[in-house]
Design a protein. Structure first.
Length: 324
């Protein structure tokens, strides 16, 4: 233990680590049963963000009846718990086991082609879909190609939990970069005389901060503000942008499909990359509705409060139809 943590934080860290270690030691049938039980507690017992989840689902899928929407919410809570328990177990496995049983990357020839073209650096976009923590092990696929995976992350307020998650995300070779340092870190690494090929991984489906609501589009049947930081960095350094389409095969098997969004961002129209990401992410969610992070307060902002923000053509058409 280092001295930068208080005694309370060190005790809490040990408690968290012990709990995750116990989860990782459980057989899969117990993990499945535990996820169902704790999912029910979160959903029906303590009602963790139940109103947020119900409202998000209702607005995103207005065609669903009450019974279907409730079934979707119930499955979300089960998968939400399963995400963390199973991630602890899967990431504790040997690298060979992870590659054989839990995680697969498809479309890696895209990285190989970019390397051959002299484009060793890229930005990899994904959403909070499936078991997103598992994809920190993606370095097991990229490292043999000579590519380092750098994960952008937002530090947690609970420093004990933050430390634990950082350990989980880096135990298979990935590096982590705090959100506030990404621009400076990227510039420093790209300026090196012989820079290490890198893929910067962004989870870009969270709501922007209030001071960075620059772009709105139609997403899941409603006006939605999108983060555009990844696009701005891609355009600034002309870094190819790739989308990872996460497919769930089972609670313990996931596939990341690599799909090119833009190879030369400086030639792209403003917000074209962000719009393409929104469309691809929406398709991923529609394929597996319960797999997205529905408890996130994604739609807290109102479009009318940001009259200067850019609106996509898709959103403009939608609003015009609503006003007819």
């Amino acid at each position: 233990m280092t001295n930068q943590y208080t005694l309370t934080e060190r005790i809490r860290y040990r408690a968290y680590k012990t709990a995750l270690g116990l989860c990782a030691s459980l057989p899969w049938p117990c993990i499945h049963a535990l996820s169902r039980g704790l999912g029910w507690v979160l959903h029906r017992g303590v009602g963790y963000r139940r109103t947020v989840v119900q409202e998000n689902i209702r607005r995103s899928f207005p065609e669903l009846g009450q019974t279907e929407a409730e079934r979707l919410a119930r499955e979300f809570y089960r998968r939400f718990v399963m995400q963390f328990i199973s991630a602890a177990k899967m990431l504790s496995q040997p690298s060979k086991t992870i590659l054989q049983r839990h995680l697969k990357y498809e479309g890696l020839e895209l990285f190989e082609r970019l390397l051959r073209q002299g484009l060793p650096h890229s930005i990899l976009l994904l959403g909070h879909c499936g078991n997103w923590e598992l994809f920190s092990a993606g370095s097991l696929y990229l490292a043999p190609m000579g590519i380092t995976q750098d994960q952008l992350y937002r530090p947690l307020r609970d420093r004990a939990a933050d430390r634990l998650f950082l350990e989980m995300r880096t135990q298979h070779g990935s590096l982590v970069v705090p959100k506030s340092e990404i621009g400076r870190r990227m510039l420093s690494e790209l300026k090196e005389s012989n820079p290490q090929p890198r893929s910067w991984l962004f989870l870009s489906d969270q709501k922007p901060s209030r001071d960075h609501v620059n772009y709105w589009t139609l997403f899941l049947n409603q006006p939605t503000a999108f983060l555009d930081g990844a696009e701005r960095l891609a355009r600034k350094y002309n870094l190819p942008v790739i989308y990872m389409d996460i497919e769930r095969l089972s609670d313990r098997q996931y596939v990341g499909h690599m799909k090119l969004i833009c190879e030369n961002p400086k030639e792209a129209k403003p917000y074209e990359i962000t719009e393409s990401y929104a469309r691809m992410l929406e398709a991923t969610i529609m394929r597996d509705k319960a797999g997205w992070l529905w408890s996130h307060k994604r739609w807290r902002y109102a479009l009318e409060d940001y009259p200067k923000a850019v609106r996509s053509e898709r959103l403009t058409d939608y609003l015009n139809q609503q006003n007819v």
